[in-house]
Design a protein around this ligand. Structure first.
Ligand SMILES: [Zn+2]
Length: 294
C-alpha cells in the first residue's frame, strides 16, 4: 500500500478516491469518515471547505479546522457536552502540568508508535490526544460532543482531525479504521469502539480511581470491575494499573478543578489545597470472535 505523501490533514482527497478503487480487504485499512445522517452512513469525501457524501449531505469545515457532524437528533440541549468555562478550566489545569504523571502512565501503557492510527473518543480539549500525537507522531482523530471542547482542541493541536459528534450513538468512522482507541474519563461505547477498531488493535480506557479529587469530593467508587464487565463481550483485559499523583494548587487552580467537575462553587472562599489526581488504566484487546468483519 502506498502511503507516500500522506499527512493527517492534507491527504484526504486522495485517500477517499483511492479507497474506492482498492479491494475490500484493504479498503478500510485507513480511517474513513462516514456521513452521520440517519440511514446514510456513506463515505464522506473532503473538498476545500466542506465534506460531501454521495447522497449530497454536506458538512462545513470550521474556521479553526474541526468538522461538525452532530445531527439534531444526537443532542439533548443546544450546547451539549462540556461548557466553555469547564473546557478552559481544564485546559488551565493541564497547562499547570498537574496531568503530566497521568499522561506519562498513559503513554507507557498504550505503547503507541508513529504508525498507529488513533481515535480518542470523548477527547475533551484534546490534551491527551494532541500532546501524544506531537510526541509520537501518529495519525490522530478526536471526537467530542462539545463544540467548545473541539474548537479549543483544533486551535491548540491543528495536526489532528477533530470531529464534533455523539459517540454514544455512532462513531462516524468506517469499520476497522483504527489501530488504537482511547477513552480517557469519557463515556464508553463498547460496541462502537470494537467496530472501528482493527482485530489486532487495542483499546485503552481510563476511569477516575477512588482517590481522584478525594479532597474535594470524598472517596469515589472503584470502577474497574464494572468497566471490565462492560467491555467483556468484545474485549479481553490485558493490562491494568492505577496511577496517582498530587499537586499543590493555589486557590485559582482549586477553583478550576471545581469548575471542571461542575461542583457548585462554595459560598466561602476557596483555599489553596493539595489535590490528588488518580486514574485506573485498563488496556484491552479485541476478542477474536467479536466485532467487524475487517
Ligand atoms: Zn449522507
Amino acid at each position: 500500500m502506498n502511503q507516500q505523501g500522506r499527512s493527517p490533514l492534507n491527504g484526504e482527497d486522495e485517500c477517499t478516491h483511492v479507497q474506492f478503487l482498492l479491494s475490500p480487504e484493504v479498503r478500510y485499512t485507513r480511517r474513513m469518515l462516514l456521513c452521520p445522517v440517519r440511514g446514510c452512513h456513506m463515505a464522506l469525501a473532503r473538498g476545500e471547505r466542506q465534506l460531501l457524501c454521495p447522497q449530497g449531505h454536506s458538512f462545513d469545515v470550521a474556521r479553526s479546522g474541526y468538522i461538525n457532524l452532530l445531527q439534531p437528533q444526537d443532542r439533548r440541549s443546544k450546547q451539549p457536552g462540556d461548557t466553555k468555562a469547564a473546557v478552559l478550566a481544564r485546559r488551565r489545569l493541564h497547562d499547570r502540568g498537574v496531568s503530566e504523571p497521568l499522561l506519562h502512565a498513559t503513554v507507557e501503557m498504550m505503547a503507541a508508535s508513529n504508525s498507529d492510527i488513533v481515535l480518542d473518543a470523548g477527547c475533551g480539549d484534546g490534551f491527551y490526544l494532541g500532546t501524544l500525537a506531537r510526541q509520537i507522531g501518529f495519525d490522530a482523530h478526536g471526537i467530542d460532543i462539545s463544540i467548545s471542547a473541539i474548537d479549543a482542541a483544533s486551535r491548540r493541536y491543528p495536526g489532528c482531525e477533530w470531529i464534533v459528534a455523539n459517540a454514544d450513538r455512532v462513531v462516524p468512522y468506517a469499520d476497522a479504521s483504527f489501530s488504537l482507541v482511547i477513552s480517557i474519563t469519557a463515556r464508553m461505547n463498547a460496541g462502537e469502539f470494537r467496530r472501528v477498531l482493527r482485530h489486532d488493535g487495542r483499546l485503552l480506557v481510563a476511569v477516575p480511581a477512588p482517590d481522584d479529587l478525594i479532597e474535594l469530593r470524598g472517596a469515589g467508587r472503584d470502577r474497574v470491575a464494572r468497566t471490565v464487565e462492560t467491555f467483556a463481550p468484545d474485549f479481553k483485559l490485558i493490562d491494568q494499573r492505577r496511577v496517582t499523583t498530587s499537586a499543590d494548587l493555589d486557590a485559582d487552580a482549586v477553583h478550576d478543578v471545581l469548575h471542571s467537575i461542575y461542583r457548585p462553587l462554595r459560598s466561602q472562599p476557596v483555599n489553596a489545597l493539595r489535590v490528588t489526581f488518580a486514574l485506573d488504566l485498563m488496556l484491552f484487546q479485541p476478542r477474536r470472535d467479536s466485532g467487524n468483519s475487517a
